[in-house]
Design a protein around this ligand. Structure first.
Ligand code: ATP
Length: 444
């Protein structure tokens, strides 16, 4: 099947309660999105899988939830005040702004006006605001443009209280904010987004090895945990001139979006840039005592920085499937008709199972289905649905990626079994209620 367009994915996401533009009743806030009831379940599942993979599997990686507001000097030390900017040009005719690297020299992308751009000027991507009632320079604070700096500033504290030895890592998931010049492509580039980052502190002599290690580990995660096929994700190594101000080496992990290959995660060797800058700006010695070498060392940092929203967009794109139905029946469509199904990895699907009474006007079937639904709800996210023909109910669940549909029929009333229909194979099996049903729904 050809990859769906971003519009098709965005339409489905909106129509089925995953993602909607922020403040839509006012015409929408530019480049900000809300995750609806199904979106938040999916996003939470995604973050949980990342967290488990990055913290529980390793003895030497711990978690953090740092504040969004930090001391303003942090952003001077990190280089963001000085260097976190895009070169921006403005069309003199329609006054739209573009990143200089995006525009062809001749024509405006928005209005087509020829040779009407201003000279490029620097535009800082950090949102600035003021703490407290006055707006003097002393009260300036920033919405963090990346979660990493919270980790660096707390690293000496965490190392000490958790008695960590090199190498060790600190993981964090949190919001970041960037005043992007050209936000767009649905949730691909927004001004408020979430990052899932792990900063790994290593001996300088071992940095190259750990950089390679984390590249492979993160690629493994995309393949084995999220199920992205080999031909949909790749590395994009940065050439020297592409490197950010802090990086000694960098490899993007890119996903093949309908728009093109685009970055979903960056793996960076940041050298000692961050800790040496924070040591300088704070006046504190941020080196650690290395138990093995018995020497003080200023660790280097290997960073893995994924965008939760971009990975989620990749997941939706990957899952969006339109297929032709071979046989009428469990597909909820007639033979030859199209079926739209979101083939999300089962452990990520926002709803684990839907429970239906076969007939919605039969009190006994309804009561039994509601009872089963209540019981299953203690273990999974469940939807109960008795509205409309059973085929329509299947279709609604297919579109949100529900792996199992549990139907209560007349046989259920006699022997306490139900049919369980599989989203992908469309097979229907009879399963006994209770532990057997729970085990069946747990299978991923
Ligand atoms: P880009 O080149 O696309 O602007 P970046 O190289 O600036 O991205 P990083 O600073 O490496 O991105 O941030 C790490 C991750 O955070 C990115 O791989 C991406 O998934 C996510 N990210 C960065 N900016 C945005 C944004 N404006 N909206 C959504 N996600 C973002």
């Amino acid at each position: 099947m050809p990859a769906p367009s971003l519009d098709a994915v965005a339409n489905l996401a909106k129509r089925r309660g995953f993602i909607v533009q922020s403040s839509e009743i006012y015409g929408g806030a530019a480049a900000a999105y809300d995750y609806g009831p199904l979106g938040v379940e999916l996003k939470n599942n995604l973050k949980r899988l990342w967290w488990e993979d990055m913290t529980r599997r390793y003895e030497n990686i711990v978690g953090l939830d740092a504040a969004i507001f930090m001391h303003p000097k942090v952003w001077e030390a990190s280089g963001h005040v000085e260097a976190f900017s895009d070169l921006l040009v403005e069309c003199r005719t329609c006054h739209k702004r573009f990143r200089a690297e995006e525009v062809s020299k001749d024509a405006c992308l928005a209005c087509g006006a020829k040779k009407s751009f201003t000279e490029p000027r620097k535009f800082n991507l950090m949102f600035r605001t003021h703490l407290g009632p006055t707006e003097d320079a002393g009260s300036t604070v920033y919405l963090r443009p990346e979660t990493a700096q919270g980790i660096y500033a707390d690293a000496p504290y965490i190392q000490q209280v958790m008695r960590l030895k090199l190498p060790f890592g600190i993981a964090q998931i949190g919001k970041a904010f960037r005043n992007e010049v050209t936000p767009g492509n649905f949730i691909f580039r927004t001004v408020e987004f979430e990052q899932a980052e792990m900063q790994f502190f290593v001996r300088p002599s071992e940095a190259d090895r750990w950089f390679e290690h984390w590249k492979e580990e993160r690629m493994r995660w995309y393949h084995t945990v999220l199920g992205f096929p080999n031909d949909t994700v790749r590395f994009h190594p940065h050439a020297k001139k592409e490197l950010a101000h802090y990086a000694k080496a960098a490899d993007d992990i890119q996903y093949h979006f309908p728009i093109d290959w685009q970055e979903i995660e960056g793996v960076h060797n940041r050298g000692d840039w961050d800790l040496s800058r924070h040591a300088k700006f704070s006046g504190k010695d941020l080196s650690f005592f290395d138990e093995d070498t018995k020497e003080k060392v200023l660790p280097w940092i290997i960073e893995t920085s994924a965008g939760v929203d971009r990975v989620l967009l990749a997941l939706l794109t990957q899952a969006y499937t339109e297929e032709t139905v071979k046989e009428a029946g469990a597909a909820g469509r007639g033979a030859g008709e199209k079926r739209l199904v979101l083939k999300l990895p089962r452990h990520l699907a926002p709803v684990r199972a839907a429970v239906f009474p076969l007939l919605s006007n039969n009190d006994e079937l309804v009561a039994k289905a509601q009872e089963i639904s209540r019981e299953l709800r203690q273990h999974f996210v469940i939807q109960y649905d008795d509205a409309g023909a059973i085929g329509r109910r299947y279709r609604r669940q297919d579109e949100i990626g529900t792996p199992h549909c549990v139907t209560v029929d007349h046989v259920s009333l006699e022997d306490n079994t139900v049919t369980v229909r599989d989203r992908d194979t469309l097979r229907q099996d009879r399963v006994r209620c209770g532990d057997a049903l729970i085990a069946c729904l747990r299978t991923v």
